[in-house]
Design a protein around this ligand. Structure first.
Ligand code: HEC
Length: 252
């Protein structure tokens, strides 16, 4: 009996563990994120910097289809800035009164317009590799934000004896240790408006923070609601305790 339960359980565990085992092997670098812990929250200035990195660098290859341009106001872009960002790319819309589809510049209600028309076009431009949409990437990988950070910082010289395929780059973290994405980050790749020094490490942390917000924008609200509920329950417990003492006061 025990066996019939244990064997499938072991198999299921084995399957679930496969992605972790299949990873590049190097341990992830654990970062301390501003939103860690019960009281942690997003750092708005960091999210804005991270968006700048995504927009100027990553969005040349990656989409972000779950974020609408108007959502960017939440992380501190003004209405004008968000509109300007939206207007930089065109989308297909229509049909118009003549039944024709037409291109128009993006607007606030559009979702982030992807760099390629379809997956095939994306692969052709990237040596056959498909740059995934990054909207949920911090949720989609074991290790979440620590994985994405470690991946971005995980490029290294190819060790002796390792055969790298054509157009691939050695990465300590990526499954199989070779990735189709060239190192996307370097010192001073962007110039931050708020004067923060743009080291590669800072850029990686900022963009990962932004991607974590993209995947979980409601986190701050969820946490503060959770705290309020706990506080309320605590008060209620006190009240009920006082009530109980009053009601039972005369029973001996
Ligand atoms: C020149 C194009 C290009 C740019 C720019 C680029 N990437 Fe990529 N990225 C790719 C490709 C191609 C892949 C798929 C690699 C593969 O499957 O071998 C990829 C994969 C990824 C992955 C998925 C890794 C996995 O575990 O599957 C992440 C995360 C990622 N990129 C993050 C970023 C971030 C963050 C930036 C900006 C700082 C960025 N990329 C900039 C082309 C690019």
């Amino acid at each position: 009996m025990l066996r019939t339960i244990l064997i499938p359980a072991a198999l299921a565990f084995g399957l679930a563990a496969t992605p972790a085992l299949a990873s590049g092997g190097a341990p992830l670098t654990k970062q301390s994120w501003s939103w860690d812990g019960v009281f942690g929250a997003y750092d708005q200035a960091q999210l804005k910097r991270g968006f700048q990195v995504f927009h100027e660098v990553c969005s040349n290859c990656h989409g972000l289809k779950l974020v609408a341009y108007r959502n960017l106001k939440v992380i501190g872009l003004s209405e004008e800035e968000a509109k300007a960002v939206a207007g930089e790319r065109e989308v297909k819309d229509g049909p118009n009164d003549e039944g024709e589809m037409f291109n128009r510049p993006g607007k606030l209600s559009d979702h982030y317009i992807p760099p390629f028309a379809n997956d095939q076009a994306a692969r052709v431009s990237n040596n056959g590799a498909l740059p995934p949409d990054l909207s949920l990437i911090t949720k989609a990988r074991v290790g979440g934000p620590d994985y994405v950070y470690s991946l971005l910082m995980g490029y290294a010289d190819t060790p002796e004896g390792f055969t790298l395929n054509d157009g691939m780059n050695y990465n300590k973290i990526f499954a199989g240790n070779q990735i189709g994405m060239a190192p996307p980050i370097a010192d001073d790749l962007v110039t931050y408006a708020d004067g923060t020094k743009a080291s590669a490490d800072q850029i990686a942390k900022d963009v990962v923070s932004f991607l974590n917000w993209a995947a979980e924008p409601e986190m701050d609200a969820r946490k503060s609601m959770g705290l309020k509920v706990m506080l309320f329950l605590l008060l209620l417990t006190g009240l009920f305790y006082a009530l109980k003492r009053k009601i039972w006061a005369d029973v001996h």
